[in-house]
Design a protein around this ligand. Structure first.
Ligand code: FES
Length: 119
């Protein structure tokens, strides 16, 4: 049976380049921290795990963007990631990106769609 989609938040909770919404996903029976943000109008989501050291990247809960609002930044050593696809853009991520998660936005609601995810 396919895993059921899960509500993450309402569309209005995610402002372009603004605060993200934290949630968890189950990976190999363990809950993993994840987050969703809106960038250039589109909702994207990733595991909240830096590619340098596997720790959460937000500098305060829900704060994932740098000052420019163009990059996701790891609070620990400053690795920069593309909000659009999670790829490493500089710093200690050394070419490794964030792990993207499938999300769908419809009817004013954002859902995590685990059936499209191959962890
Ligand atoms: S832990 Fe994220 S850059 Fe080092």
């Amino acid at each position: 049976m396919a895993a059921q989609e899960r509500l993450i938040c309402l569309s209005g909770d995610l402002i372009d380049g603004g605060e993200g919404v934290r949630f968890t996903v189950c990976q190999e029976t363990v809950d993993q921290p994840a987050f969703a943000v809106r960038f250039h109008g589109r909702v994207v989501a990733y595991l909240n795990r830096c590619a340098h050291v596997p720790i959460e990247i937000d500098w305060q809960p829900g704060q994932f963007f740098d000052d420019s609002k163009l990059y996701l930044i790891c609070a620990t050593h400053g690795a920069l990631y593309s909000p659009a696809d999670g790829r490493c853009l500089g710093g200690r991520c050394q070419g490794k990106g964030l792990t993207p998660l499938p999300v769908e936005e419809r009817g004013g609601v954002v859902y995590f769609t685990p059936s499209e995810w191959k962890p």
